[in-house]
Design a protein around this ligand. Structure first.
Ligand code: SAM
Length: 239
């Protein structure tokens, strides 16, 4: 936690917030903060700054916060991800939030097991919790929007063309002819397949909708690795 993300419920006054639970435990045991110490904080979907610890007990910490700094720029990326298996899903969510993805679409695909959609990690509180962990890791405050589409064909035929308006689109698929471009730094849409990959039919449909097939070389990467590799090829984080 490189920043404690504060939600509206945490605020007891314009410049005062209370931390409890996980964030309090982190403050005490990892940051080893005491009264008078300053810790990095941010308000969800708002500014970032510092919080001075005014009071610290076993159950809560009260902070005086000064929020003056803008969060880092968002990636101009719409990420379309075939629903990963639950074990990997939490990590992928956190990674997406840390990388600055703000627009995430979770879609069905032939090799996504139906049971993946039953995972409790898709519930609103769990989505928020994991996205919060990713934002706190990267020092960002802007909560990504996650949309779920459990039918591949209607999504690709009816919604994808609209999402592609004004942006370049790619589908990452091993064995395609074109290497994934680098330093694009412009509005983009990227599709990443499931553990078993997109089927040829699905790649064809994504291409028909306007996504170009791109590859990352002969090494087949896990989804959780492919996401940061693809994002860091397309966008320069340290410009
Ligand atoms: N056996 C699957 C296949 O050949 O498509 C492997 C799928 S891979 C574990 C999961 C997803 O990560 C792929 O669908 C693709 O979107 C992306 N990916 C992983 N390695 C890749 C590579 N070398 N080139 C392009 N995309 C890759």
């Amino acid at each position: 936690m490189n920043l404690a993300l504060l939600f509206d419920d945490d605020f007891i006054a314009e410049d005062r917030a209370r931390l409890t639970g996980r964030r309090l435990a982190h403050l005490r045991s990892v940051l080893k903060a005491g009264t008078g110490d300053q810790v990095p904080v941010g308000r969800v979907n708002g500014r970032m700054g510092m919080g001075e610890v005014l009071r610290l007990s076993d159950t809560e910490a009260e902070l005086r916060v000064q929020l003056t700094q803008l969060p880092p720029p968002a990636l101009p990326l719409t990420l379309v991800l075939a629903m990963p298996r639950p074990k990997m899903f939490r990590r992928v969510l956190q990674t997406c939030a840390s990388l600055g993805v703000k627009d995430l679409w979770l879609i069905h695909s032939y090799k996504v097991e139906k049971s993946f959609w039953q995972t409790p990690w898709l519930s609103e509180p769990h989505l928020r919790e994991n996205l919060t962990l990713g934002l706190e890791q990267a020092r960002d405050t802007v909560m990504p929007r996650v949309q779920v589409r459990q039918r591949f064909k209607p999504f690709v035929e009816d919604e994808l063309p609209g999402l592609l308006a004004g942006r370049q689109g790619w589908v990452a698929h091993p064995g395609t002819a074109t290497p994934c471009p680098v330093h694009v730094n412009a509005p983009a849409l990227l599709c990443i397949g499931p553990e078993g990959g997109f089927t040829p039919y699905e790649v064809g449909k994504l291409e028909e909708a306007g996504c170009q097939g791109v590859h990352l070389g002969p090494r087949i990467l896990r989804v959780e690795t492919a996401v940061p590799v693809l994002v860091s090829r397309l966008f320069d984080a340290c410009r």
